[in-house]
Design a protein around this ligand. Structure first.
Ligand SMILES: *Cc1c(COP(=O)(O)O)cnc(C)c1O
Ligand SMILES: [Zn+2]
Length: 415
């Protein structure tokens, strides 16, 4: 339970109290996605990092640093405390001293988005709101549908009618109401927001709701704790709307303010070449409010975004940590799916394969130095996108049901 000091707009610098504004900055509009800030001086006196060893094996072990009431109810599904692996063979292959993987595909609905949805569902319960809604075609909707189902909330999802059927199936299985909007994602997003305002539903839309990043920041707490408070030199993650990288930054920022870690890692956001609005903005020094829509076309659907909705906080995260935004091609992403799996045993969806491809690129261009330690955040389970996984590998070996045929297929000599 951390009392919110203010909700801060990264674009205009204005601050608000939580009861004054529910979603984005009223002056800046949708670009002004708000940051939750605490009174760090008083938190520093109340808390110490060893006090976190509560035995609670989920994001709720960090309740003392989350913007929830002390007696807040939280959903029962185990979100967070995902494994952190020392990927030695991957490090060797990339030519880096140390590579860790944080496997967030092991969350209940299969992606990192569960961290945000668990937080937003708790905020809804705190306010006594029965209906939570979001527009999304992918993992955010699945996360809200699943976490919502765990506490019996009414979940309404807006998706463009063209969304992949497999992704819609997961929502329907969880019992969400799915509205197939006969228009684009942007239109679905706006309709969702309008309905939330007029009906009093709680809106989880990415980057509109200030508490999504508060859920997502818990990954950084876990990374710090799992590495005994010695944070990596570099953290890399796939970026679409920029809400995850903003959350990662917020987590390290909190810990640094508290004096629990010595420095904040450099954050490197990886985009797909076909959807690289933040790479472009970063390279050209654009302000978030001056960014215009760019094409968004990539096989990595979780990181496809023409106007990244959390662009202000994402640019800040990279600029303040002396990080970078880089882009990789769809061909590199596809190749990286089996590379990650074979070098580490972790099966990931394309948005995470992009991170591996980005790490390779960063090592080659010396954006990351050989002797630096690097953590790759693997945000989504490979089972989320079987179609791309199939495309990334050749077929099995077809054999006759005879020993001879098997030996032949395996390239072994005659017996
Ligand atoms: C949503 C998502 C991302 C990108 O997060 P943004 O906040 O949109 O930048 C990356 N990977 C996975 C698996 C996701 O679901
Ligand atoms: Zn503002």
């Amino acid at each position: 339970m951390a009392a919110i000091k203010e909700l801060h707009c990264p674009v205009c610098g204005r601050s608000y109290q939580p009861h004054e504004v529910q979603y984005t900055c009223p002056v800046c509009g949708s670009v002004g996605t708000l940051q939750v800030l605490f009174d760090y001086d008083s938190l520093r006196l109340q808390l110490d990092r060893d006090g976190l060893r509560t035995g609670e094996q989920s994001i709720w072990r960090y309740k003392a640093l989350l913007p929830l009431a002390a007696d807040a109810k939280v959903p029962p599904l185990r979100v967070g405390m995902t494994p952190l692996y020392d990927a030695t063979r991957m490090a060797e292959s990339l030519g880096l001293r140390q590579v860790w993987l944080k496997d967030d595909g092991q969350n209940p609905t299969g992606s990192f988005k569960d961290r945000a949805s668990a937080m937003v569902v708790s905020k809804a319960m705190e306010q006594g709101i029965q209906t939570v809604s979001t527009a999304s075609t992918g993992n955010a909707a699945a996360a809200l549908a699943g976490i919502g189902a765990s506490v019996g909330l009414n979940i309404i999802i807006f998706v463009p009618a063209t969304a992949p059927e497999a992704k819609i199936a997961q929502l329907l299985v969880y019992g969400a109401t799915v509205l197939l909007v006969e228009d684009t994602y942007d239109v679905a997003f706006e309709l969702c927001y309008q309905m939330c305002l007029s009906e009093g539903w709680y809106c989880r839309n990415t980057a509109m709701n200030p508490y999504t990043t508060e859920g997502k920041k818990t990954v950084s707490y876990e990374i710090a704790e799992q590495l005994n408070w010695q944070v990596p030199d570099v953290v890399m993650v796939g970026v679409g709307d920029g809400n995850i990288i903003a959350g990662i930054h917020k987590g390290f920022y909190d810990l640094h303010q508290l004096g629990w870690i010595e420095r904040i890692p450099r954050l490197i956001g990886v985009q797909a070449e076909g959807s690289s609005a933040l790479v472009h903005a970063w390279q050209h020094g654009l302000k978030p409010e001056d960014m215009i829509p760019m094409p968004a076309d990539t096989i990595a659907d979780s990181i496809s975004a023409g106007v990244p909705r959390d662009r202000a906080k994402a640019l800040k995260a990279v600029r303040e940590t002396n990080g970078a935004f880089i882009a990789v091609s769809d061909a590199e992403i596809l190749e990286a799916i089996p590379a990650v799996a074979r070098q580490s045993g972790v099966f990931v969806e394309p948005s995470c394969a992009a991170v591996y491809a980005g790490a390779r690129r960063a090592a080659q261009t010396q954006l990351v130095q050989r002797d630096e330690s690097v953590l790759l955040v693997m945000t989504g389970n490979g089972l989320k996108d079987i179609k791309r996984a199939q495309q990334s590998v050749s077929q099995g070996l077809r054999v006759q049901p005879t020993i001879q045929s098997i030996r032949q297929a395996l390239g072994m000599g005659q017996e």
